[in-house]
Design a protein around this ligand. Sequence first.
Ligand code: FES
Length: 106
Amino acid sequence: MPVITYIEDSGAEHRVTLQSGVSLMQGAVAHNVPGIDADCGGACACATCHIFVDPAWGPLVGPRNEMEASMLDFADGVQETSRLACQIQVSDALDGLVVRLPAAQH
Ligand code: FES
């Protein structure tokens, strides 16, 4: 099963093993990773699951979808690597993925 590393702004790391098919948001919430509030429950309507995808993984994770890009317009500290964790589905191909949490989410 894919292992995903979430890194808080403080540098605290959370390595979790997730089942393929769940979203990065669901995986974070299920493992009590701080900073992923997911207020809208994954409906792409809150941006409280904002993460930065490690640049090395960008091509494999893929680009933002249209709705996600609109939501990110309202998020703090958006960068080129910004994504919404509820819009990224875990798969075996993402085994080893590293994502970081924005300073505003802790
Ligand atoms: Fe609300 Fe991702 S959980 S946008």
